[in-house]
Ligand binder design. Structure first.
Ligand code: HDD
Length: 725
C-alpha cells in the first residue's frame, strides 16, 4: 500500500500542546470501513438505490441523500478580504528580555515554546486567485499562549491605506473587481481603486509600499511582518509602554520583478503556497525574529507624527527594533479547510500584558473581526472549531447557538449564582485576570479626525527617497502599469498631482509613461475623509516635512539586516542528453553545501543519461517549466549542445532569467547557445562582461564561488540598466 506522506506527524515529531489538542479531532481512515455520518457501514458507495437496474432512483436512499446533501453544503463564504491564503503551524520562543515592559508570560518565559498558527494571504483576490498578484500580504499569527490566544493580525507592510475604520468598506469596494462586470480579478490596476486613492491623500504613504517590490514577494518565507498599529505593553505594575510589532525573516526580504510575477501567475498560480508547503515538508523551516519598537508613555508627543495614525511608521533609525523572540514554522496543516480556511483571527484577541491604543483604525477592527466570523463561520461558537480553540482552560456562561460542541454540565449559566458557588469566578489581576489599561480620557463626543493626522506626504517621500534607484524605478514602473490601466484620464491626472507632492521626479517619470504632463499647480488634494462639518482648512494635507533622515531599513536592498544566504534557493540546471556530469556535480555540490538545491530540467520528464552513462532523474521538463520558478540558471554542456541551441523553450528560459536579473552560468563551450539568447545579442559586449553572466572554465572553484555569491545577493540589479523592455 502506498504510504500517505501528507500525515502531519512527518514534520512534527514532538507534538506541541496545540498539536495534542488537535489530536482529538483528527480522523485517520487507514484500515477502516466506509460508513454514513451515523456510523452505518456502507456496502456499495458507487450506485444509488433504483427501482430496477435501469429504473428511477428511490428517495429512500438515505446513503445517497446524505452524501449529496453534505457535498451541496461544502463551501462556506470566503473571507470578504484576504480570501486567498496559506497557513502553517509552528512555535514562538521568547528571549526573556521584556518583563520591564509587559507581563505577558509567553513573551517572558524562556522555558515555554508557544504554539502558533500563521496564515499569509493576499487581500483583494478571491480564494482561487493567483499568489503573485500585486498586493499587500496578510501576515496573521495566532499565539496559543497559556493565558489564552493572542492574535497579531498584521501585514507585510507597516502602514495602511486609511486612518479610520469607517473608510474600510469604501477602500475594499474600490479595490475589489468592479461591481458591474466583476473585472479585474486580484488587481488594483483599475479605475475604481485609483479613483478612490486619488481622492484620499492619506493613502500616499501606503501607495509607495504597495507599488514597491514588497507587493510581489519572492516567497512568503521572505517577507517582513508588522503589527502596524501602535499597541500597548502593560507590565506587572500596570505601567504602559507603546509598542509596535515587527517580524524579520531569517532569509531576508525579497521580491520578484513585475514581468516575472505575471509569468509566475501563468506557470504556477500556487507558487507561494507550494513554496511554503514544500519547504516545510523538506525541513527548511521558515524563521522570523520577533521584535518590538518601544516608546515610553511620556514620549507619546515627541514625534513629528501621531503614534495613533496607522499611516505612519516610527523610523527604525529613531526607535530601533529590539528582538524579543523567534518564530519558526515547522508543520503543515493536515487539512486545508479545517485549519487554514476555518482559522479566525481577531486583533481583539489579546492577553494580559498587551492592550490597545486609540488608533481609530484599530478601534474599528476590534468590532469587525468577530462580526465577520458570524457570517463566514456561521455561529458565535467559532471559537470551538479546533484550530481556533485555546489551549488555556476556558469556562464561562456563554451558551448554546449553532453547532455548539461543548456540553456544559449543571444548571447555572449565569452570574452571580449561589447554586454553583458562583463558579466560574472572576480572576483577580494577580490571578491573571485581564484588566483594561487605566487610561484617563476626557473628551467631547465628536465625529472628527485629529489634526495631528494631516501630514500625508512626508513619510511617503521618506519611503521613496530611502530606496535605491533600482527600487525607485520599480515603483515608477508599477505606477505606470497601474495607471495605464485606468481608463478615466482625470483620475490619472489627479494621481499625478498627488505624486508630485511626494516627489517631483517620481510624478514626472510616471507622467511620461502615461503620455501626460504633471498638472502645473497640483489641484488641492481633496480630503474627503474628514466629515462634512469639520473645519476643512484644519485638515488640509501638510507640506513636506524635511526633517526625516533617510532610512535604509525601508529599502529591501540596503536593509542592514539582509544576509546573503542562499539557503532554500532553487537553481535550474538545463541539462541535455549526455550532460557533462563533472560540471553538473561540481556546482550542485557547492550549492547543496550552502543549503540551496539544484533542479534538473531536461528534454523530457523522465530520466536522462550523463556523458558517463549514468542515469539521472529529471525534476522538470523543458516544455513544462520556466525560469520564473527558479532563482538562477545553470547550463552545463552536453554531448549534443546543438540540441540545446535549437530548443526554443531553452532560449526563452534563458531570456527570461536574463530579463529578471538572475545569475546565469554556462559551460564554456556553449557560445552558440548564448548567441541565440538576449545575452548574445548585446552589441559590443562579451557575454561574461554582462553583470551576472558567468562562464565556467573547467569547473573552476572561482566559478562556483562567484555563482553562489551572486545567488546570495538575490538578483544582479546592475544588469537592469542593459535591459530594454
Ligand atoms: Fe483586516 C481580515 C489585516 C484593517 C476587517 N485583515 C484580515 C486578515 C488580515 C488583516 C491579515 C486575514 C486574517 C486571516 O488570515 O484570516 N486588516 C489587516 C490589517 C489592517 C486591517 C493589517 C490595518 C492595519 N480589516 C481592517 C479594517 C477592517 C478589517 C479597518 C474593518 C473595519 N479584516 C477585516 C475583516 C476580515 C479581515 C472583514 C476578513 C476575514 C476576517 O476578517 O476574518 O473582518
Amino acid at each position: 500500500m502506498k504510504k500517505d506522506n501528507t500525515k502531519n506527524s512527518k514534520t512534527n515529531p514532538e507534538k506541541d500542546a496545540k498539536s495534542q489538542d488537535l489530536e482529538r479531532n483528527r480522523e485517520y481512515s487507514e484500515g477502516q470501513f466506509i460508513t454514513t455520518d451515523q456510523g452505518v457501514k456502507i456496502n456499495n458507495d458507487h450506485n444509488t438505490v433504483k427501482a430496477g437496474e435501469r429504473g428511477p432512483s428511490l428517495l429512500e436512499d438515505f446513503i445517497m441523500r446524505e452524501k449529496i446533501t453534505h457535498f451541496d453544503h461544502e463551501r462556506i463564504p470566503e473571507r470578504i478580504v484576504h480570501a486567498r491564503g496559506s497557513g502553517a503551524h509552528g512555535y514562538f520562543e521568547a528571549y526573556g528580555n521584556v518583563s520591564d515592559y509587559t507581563k505577558a508570560s509567553f513573551l517572558n518565559d524562556t522555558s515555554v515554546k508557544t504554539p502558533v498558527f500563521v496564515r499569509f494571504s493576499t487581500v483583494a483576490g478571491f480564494r482561487g486567485s493567483t499568489d503573485l498578484a500585486r498586493d499587500v500580504r496578510g501576515f496573521a499569527i495566532k499565539f496559543y499562549t497559556q493565558e489564552g490566544n493572542f492574535d497579531m493580525v498584521g501585514n507585510n507592510m507597516p502602514v495602511f491605506f486609511i486612518q479610520d475604520a469607517m473608510k474600510f468598506p469604501d477602500l475594499i469596494h474600490a479595490v475589489k473587481p468592479e461591481p458591474h462586470n466583476e473585472i479585474p480579478q486580484a488587481q488594483s490596476a483599475h479605475d475604481t481603486f485609483w479613483d478612490f486613492i486619488s481622492l484620499m491623500p492619506e493613502s500616499m504613504h501606503m501607495i509607495m509600499w504597495a507599488m514597491s517590490d514588497r507587493a510581489i514577494p519572492r516567497s512568503l518565507r521572505m517577507m517582513e511582518g508588522f503589527g502596524i498599529h501602535t499597541f500597548r505593553f502593560i507590565n506587572k505594575e500596570g505601567k504602559s509602554t507603546f509598542v509596535k510589532f515587527h517580524l524579520k525573516p531569517k532569509l531576508g526580504t525579497h521580491g520578484v520583478v513585475w514581468d516575472e510575477a505575471l509569468k509566475i501567475s501563468g506557470n504556477d498560480p500556487d507558487f507561494h503556497r507550494r513554496d511554503l508547503y514544500e519547504n516545510i515538508e523538506m525541513g527548511n523551516f521558515p524563521e522570523w525574529e520577533f521584535g518590538v519598537q518601544l516608546v515610553p508613555e511620556e514620549d507619546e508627543h515627541k514625534f513629528d507624527f501621531d503614534l495613533l495614525d496607522p499611516t505612519k511608521i516610527i523610523p527604525e533609525e529613531i526607535v530601533p527594533v529590539t528582538p524579543i523572540g523567534r518564530m519558526v514554522l515547522n508543520r503543515n496543516p493536515d487539512n486545508f479547510f479545517a485549519e487554514t480556511e476555518q482559522v479566525a483571527f481577531h486583533p481583539g484577541h489579546v492577553v494580559p500584558g498587551i492592550d490597545f491604543t486609540n488608533d481609530p483604525l484599530l478601534q474599528g477592527r476590534l468590532f469587525s473581526y468577530t462580526d465577520t466570523q458570524l457570517s463566514r463561520l456561521g455561529s458565535p461558537n467559532f471559537h470551538e472549531i479546533p484550530i481556533n480553540r485555546t489551549i488555556a482552560p476556558m469556562h464561562n456562561n456563554q451558551r448554546d447557538g449553532h453547532m455548539r460542541q461543548e456540553i456544559n454540565v449543571g444548571k447555572t449559566h449565569y452570574s452571580p449564582n449561589s447554586l454553583n458557588d458562583n463558579y466560574p469566578i472572576q480572576a483577580k489581576e494577580s490571578e491573571g485576570g485581564f484588566v483594561s489599561y487605566y487610561e484617563r480620557i476626557e473628551a467631547h463626543k465628536v465625529r472628527e479626525r485629529s489634526e495631528s493626522f494631516s501630514d500625508h506626504f512626508s513619510q511617503a517621500a521618506l519611503f521613496f527617497n530611502s530606496q535605491t534607484s533600482v527600487e525607485q524605478n520599480h515603483i515608477i514602473n508599477a505606477l505606470r502599469f497601474e495607471l495605464s490601466k485606468v481608463e478615466t484620464v482625470a483620475i490619472r491626472e489627479r494621481m499625478l498631482g498627488l505624486l508630485s507632492q511626494v516627489d517631483k521626479t517620481l510624478a514626472k517619470k510616471v507622467a511620461e509613461g502615461l503620455g501626460l504632463t504633471v498638472p502645473g499647480k497640483p489641484e488641492k488634494p481633496m480630503n474627503k475623509g474628514i466629515g462634512a462639518d469639520a473645519d476643512q482648512k484644519k485638515h488640509e494635507p501638510k507640506p513636506l516635512n524635511k526633517n526625516y533622515e533617510l532610512s535604509d531599513a525601508l529599502s529591501m536592498i540596503k536593509n542592514p539586516t539582509v544576509t546573503n544566504t542562499i539557503e532554500t534557493r532553487q537553481v535550474a540546471f538545463l541539462c541535455g542528453e549526455g550532460v557533462n556530469e563533472k560540471s553538473l556535480t561540481a556546482l550542485k555540490k557547492a550549492l547543496e553545501s550552502k543549503g540551496a538545491s539544484a533542479k534538473i530540467v531536461a528534454p523530457n520528464a523522465g530520466n536522462i543519461k550523463t556523458d558517463t552513462g549514468k542515469e539521472i532523474k529529471a525534476d522538470f521538463a523543458f516544455f513544462s517549466s520556466s525560469s520564473v520558478l527558479f532563482d538562477a540558471v545553470y547550463v552545463p554542456s552536453s554531448k549534443n549542445n546543438t540540441a540545446l541551441t535549437e530548443n526554443n523553450n531553452i532560449i526563452e528560459f534563458i531570456n527570461n532569467a536574463y530579463r529578471h536579473c538572475k545569475v546565469i552560468g554556462f559551460d564554456n563551450d556553449l557560445e552558440n547557445l548564448i548567441k541565440k539568447t538576449s545575452i548574445g545579442t548585446k552589441p559590443n559586449m562579451k557575454s561574461n562582461d554582462i553583470p551576472g553572466i558567468l562562464i565556467n572554465n573547467n569547473t573552476s572553484k572561482q566559478f562556483t564561488d562567484e555563482f553562489t555569491d551572486l545567488l546570495g545577493q538575490h538578483r544582479v540589479w546592475e544588469r537592469e540598466a542593459l535591459i530594454t523592455e
